[in-house]
Design a protein around this ligand. Structure first.
Ligand code: FAD
Length: 487
């Protein structure tokens, strides 16, 4: 176990913008997916990289091996279909020369449409390739604090960052800007919410409580007493995900899972997140027995967050329970609710446009600690942050440093910048890659297409829209790469 002491080296050549060296030492803390991806990219760009990994001296409670880039649970990088957001981001990463994606190909095992790997072959490949790079030095041991020695540093210590380093990060960014658990409410597709129902009181309606603020930001899903009873009984019976031993959660009253609130009494939810007061129906002027509120999640309004409904219910149970709300009977989840141990910073508040800590332009964060979720997204974050670090260190930071927001990579980057949030004051919540992070398709593309043989005009279906989004993303990525080559 050891902390870093100052060891800044003399710059070899001074870059034009921040006075950085063109080729200089950089430090990466954490040899997980984000750290290994970034270390490779920075070394490829000619930097001398010191990669600090606490293993084999210490492991997190989820780790079982001493290898770098350990996949702690599933061996799958999920779908490879580019009409799926996670498949698209993987394809973009490949086209951008992702090191981890290349190693995953080497270790690939058959898994249908998914990219799954032999985790031992995968980790061995990552480690062997990094060790073979002459300008990467891997230093074992836990980093206890971030040195302020002028060496550009990337922190990629993941969701289970140890206490000492976490305390130092909290010192740098503010205690209230570092979270140790995520408590996430589901995010659903706006198109799946039923707003017009045969029952005038049944569909969801726009209104903000007591008409304060912009009513277009909230959709309200009303329930009668009988409908609420059904919902409540299903919630009480729902299957919840079991916690890892190290995850025994101590809930804060402000973000209790809805199933825990429901345990406290039948009306707890009706006096909590589902209270109907101030939400009279705009047409019938009636007050529902309970109201589930949906808050616009992205600027374009393509997705909604189920307000106050953070949950540990299993995914199947979430589908079952929420579809009992009449306006959500066709609900399509973009991101399920979850609550687990997760160390992450409030990226939009503490990081600047280059992903560096505000006021500390040589300290970056990447991976799950920045509020992305999952193997693929953490790797993508390492790749994106390395792109930015390279440009900053070489004095070339520009608007085209990261891919445009029409791509999945650009969308993930702006998720961490917080610039796509419908409510800039909403609590930052970690997320895996979802379509609403990307720029929506222009209205003219979504206009109904004339039907063939005189059939009725048809609006593009959801699957067509994903395909169009994916096609546009890959085309825009190519254009961005062409611009980068010219620059
Ligand atoms: C229990 C659990 C199960 C998960 N299951 C899945 C899953 O099935 N699928 C999925 O997509 N995602 C899963 N995730 C999320 C997944 O772990 C992350 O998304 C991904 O691994 C994060 O990548 P990362 O590089 O940010 O961090 P990590 O992969 O966690 O890497 C961080 C590295 O930093 C090292 N480190 C930490 N602190 C220090 C320190 N102070 N000094 C030096 N080194 C340090 C760690 O040893 C580790 O090697 C799971 C997470 C957990 C906790």
């Amino acid at each position: 176990m050891y902390g870093i002491v100052g060891n800044a080296t003399d710059p070899l050549a001074v870059g034009p913008s921040l006075g950085y060296a063109k080729t200089m030492d950089v430090r990466v803390i954490g040899g997980g997916l984000a750290g290994c991806e970034a270390a490779f990219q920075l070394a490829e760009a000619g930097h001398r990289v010191t990669l600090h990994e606490q293993k084999p001296v210490k492991r997190t409670p989820a780790q079982v091996s001493d290898r770098l880039a350990e996949l702690v649970c599933s061996n799958s990088f999920r779908s490879s279909n580019v009409d799926n957001a996670v498949g698209l981001i993987k394809e973009e990463m490949r086209r951008c020369g992702s090191f981890i994606m290349a190693c995953a190909e080497v270790a690939r095992v058959p898994a249908g449409d998914a990219l799954a790997v032999d985790r031992v072959v995968f980790a061995d490949t990552v480690e062997a390739r990094l060790r073979a790079m002459p300008n990467i030095t891997i230093v074992p041991g836990e980093v206890m604090a971030i040195a302020d020695d002028g060496v550009p540093t990337l922190v990629a210590t993941g969701p289970l960052t140890g206490d000492a380093l976490a305390a130092d990060i909290a010192r740098l960014c503010g205690q209230e800007r570092l979270a140790f658990y995520d408590a996430i409410a589901p995010i659903i597709d706006a198109d799946s919410v039923i707003t017009e129902d045969i029952d005038p009181d049944g569909g969801a309606y726009f209104k903000s409580r007591w008409d304060k603020g912009d009513s277009a930001d909230y959709l309200n899903c009303p329930m009668t007493p009988a409908q609420y009873d059904l919902f409540y009984d299903a919630l009480r019976a729902a299957d919840t995900a079991s916690a890892h031993e190290f995850e025994e959660l101590h809930y804060f009253d402000g973000c209790l899972p809805i199933e825990v609130m429901a345990e406290r009494g039948k009306d707890t939810l009706r006096f909590g997140p589902m209270k109907p007061v101030g939400l009279y129906h705009p047409v019938t002027n009636r007050r529902a027995h309970a109201v589930l509120q949906l808050r616009k999640e992205d600027l374009a309004g393509t997705s909604y967050n189920i307000v106050g409904c953070q949950t540990r219910m299993k995914q199947g149970a979430q589908r079952e329970v929420f579809s009992l709300v009449p306006a959500l009977r066709e609900v399509a989840f973009l991101r399920y609710g979850a609550i687990h141990r997760n160390t992450y910073v409030d990226s939009p508040a503490i990081l600047d446009d280059s992903g560096a800590l505000r006021g500390r332009p040589n300290l970056w964060f990447a991976g799950q600690i920045t509020g992305v979720e999952g193997y693929v997204e953490s790797t993508a974050s390492g790749l994106l942050t390395a792109m930015v670090m390279k440009d900053v260190l070489q004095g070339k930071l520009s608007a085209s440093t990261v891919p445009p927001t029409t791509t999945a990579l650009g969308g993930l980057w702006r998720h961490c910048r917080g610039t796509n949030r419908a409510d800039p004051h909403a609590r930052f919540q970690p997320s895996n890659i979802i379509w609403p992070m990307m720029e929506p398709l222009p209205a003219e593309v979504l206009r109904p297409l004339p039907g063939l043989d005189g059939k009725k005009a048809k609006k593009p279906q959801k699957s067509d829209r994903k395909h169009l989004l994916s096609e546009r993303a890959l085309a825009d990525l190519s254009s961005w790469q062409a611009i980068r080559r010219l620059g």
